[in-house]
Design a protein around this ligand. Structure first.
Ligand code: FAD
Length: 470
């Protein structure tokens, strides 16, 4: 029997999911891992990211957490406040998270997380990166997938510091399309996944978009910008996540990058993208429109929003899909936002993508590989990929739903439902243990998410699940 570690694996996309997967496979012992990324480099949208203990646990096993953690903020507390008055509705002590779950809950810069993963991948000879190379089609799904790839000529890139600015589009050249045959193709190509499009198209299925009606501004303020304002500097120097909530809107904010940058990320009604559906996912927003959306929020929030330089407002459409009918076809599978895009209200999208990668490496290391019988190997690959789907789909769907419903409760307008919500927020103060309506900060939800070890679950469940799929 040949070793599964000799299998040729292609990963499409070098986002959080693709990088985490490449590293997980390399650490497991796979020798031939090619990563195809449409962008000219890793690039980054200036934004922060929350790194929960379930993500940190995997990154630590992969050997890159210590480096990423150095720049991260170790969150000790969170404060949910009324946006209009800055009045605290609930305060959650998170100082015990590291003791409870073996890893802290941190916030960081996306470039620090992606950069840490990339650096660790570069140290693995098994991982080869191909930038400016987009998947434009899948010519075969089994037994050995064939990818159609297109080289992209990069155009001019980002504005100042890359902050608040969406990645520049790239010019395409169809004349040099190439094809590559591999043993396994894994689509980590994000919300607009071409791998997903090809797979569902082949199966006569479609991905049903679920209209979230929400968009997001992402803002980064530097220490220098905030220096003259004592109230802001208190936030910058804290280990605190603040969520200001209002009707149909909220802002979540925290320090990142060694407390040199204060990150704000909002959710508000999607007006601009709704006017131009599916044209794009990010757009340069207007500062006056952004200020208008949060016009009735407290002076502290107003001052911060006012600091965003004109022309550097970036708005994102927040998208979600109904659960896909399948994540797997033949020797091809999807992971991350390609198969379970989520609203950010639980801060678990990247964490789930990185968990997917860790599980994929586990299941693929169990492929019954045969040198002479390629059909048998392909059959085992398909069963392993289906086992991955069984391990991951229910849980990710549950978290995607929870993020959606948590957002609805956060965004309630005046009325009995909101009064009841605020009563539940206040009740948390009695012992600091009660569940709260902001699921991200709720101790019961944190326990369910933070204690979860996807690798341990794979080890425990693999044999039974593998036997159940044909
Ligand atoms: C406002 C906001 C806040 C968030 N906050 C958090 C948070 O705090 N914590 C958290 O865990 N998650 C958070 N998320 C979610 C998280 O960002 C995503 O879930 C995560 O980045 C998904 O990773 P991915 O690798 O699946 O996709 P992506 O990171 O989108 O990566 C996809 C990659 O594939 C490439 N690509 C696309 N098409 C092709 C192609 N055809 N060929 C080759 N390459 C291609 C892209 O260029 C990109 O590099 C947030 C999301 C939003 C919108």
């Amino acid at each position: 029997m040949a070793s599964p570690y000799d299998l040729k694996i292609a990963i499409v996309g070098a986002g959080m999911g693709g990088l985490g997967l490449a590293l997980s496979l390399a650490k497991k012992g796979f020798k031939h891992i090619s990563v195809y990324e449409a962008a000219a480099d890793l690039g980054f949208v200036g934004a922060g990211i929350q790194m929960a203990p379930n993500m940190a646990r995997i990154l630590d096993r992969l050997g890159c957490w210590a480096e990423i953690e150095k720049e991260a903020t170790n969150v000790q507390e969170t404060s949910i406040r009324q946006g209009s008055t800055d009045k605290e509705l609930a305060h959650v002590d998170m100082s015990g998270v590291a003791a409870l779950y073996a890893y802290p809950h941190c916030t960081g810069h996306r470039s620090s997380l992606a950069g840490g993963l990339y650096k660790a991948c570069q140290a693995e000879p098994a991982v080869q990166f191909h930038f400016s190379t987009a998947l434009v089609g899948v010519d075969r799904f089994e037994p050995q997938p064939v990818l159609r790839l297109r080289k992209r000529a990069p155009k001019a890139t980002n504005g100042a510091n890359g902050a608040n600015v969406a990645a520049a589009p790239q010019e395409e050249d169809a004349s040099h399309d190439t094809t590559v045959e591999v043993d396994i193709l894994l689509g980590a190509d994000g919300i607009k996944s071409a791998t997903r499009g090809a797979m569902l198209g082949e199966l006569g299925l479609t991905a049903e978009e679920f209209d979230t009606g929400q968009a997001s501004y992402r803002i980064m303020l530097t220490r220098d910008q905030m220096a003259g304002d004592a109230e802001m500097m208190k936030l910058m120097d804290s280990n605190l996540v603040v969520r200001w909530i209002g009707e149909r809107r909220h802002i979540i904010a925290y320090p990142v990058a060694g407390k040199t940058v204060y990150n704000l990320s909002s959710a508000q009604p999607d007006i601009h993208f709704a006017e131009a559906p599916s044209a794009t996912y990010t757009t340069r927003g207007s500062k006056s429109a952004m200020l208008g959306v949060f016009a009735d929020f407290c002076p502290l929030v107003q001052r911060m929003l006012n600091m965003v330089p004109e022309g550097e407002v970036c708005e994102w459409r927040l998208r979600q899909h109904r659960e896909l009918p399948t994540w797997v076809h033949g020797s091809v599978a999807l992971l991350g936002d390609a198969c379970h895009p989520t609203l950010p209200h639980l801060s678990q999208g990247a964490a789930m993508a990185i968990e997917d990668g860790a599980v994929l490496a586990e299941v693929l290391s169990r492929v019954a590989s045969s040198e002479d019988r390629k059909d048998q190997t392909a059959s085992s690959i398909r069963r392993c990929l289906k086992t991955y789907e069984l391990l991951r789909k229910e849980r990710t769907s549950m978290l995607v739903d929870m993020a959606y419903h948590s957002g609805r409760v956060l965004h309630l307008g005046e009325g009995a439902a909101r009064e009841e919500r605020d009563r539940q927020f206040a009740a948390h103060g009695a012992d600091g243990k009660k569940a709260i309506p902001d699921k991200w900060a709720s101790p019961d939800v944190q326990k369910m998410i933070y204690s979860y070890d996807c690798v341990a679950e794979t080890e425990a469940e693999f044999d039974t699940l593998y036997a159940s799929v044909q």
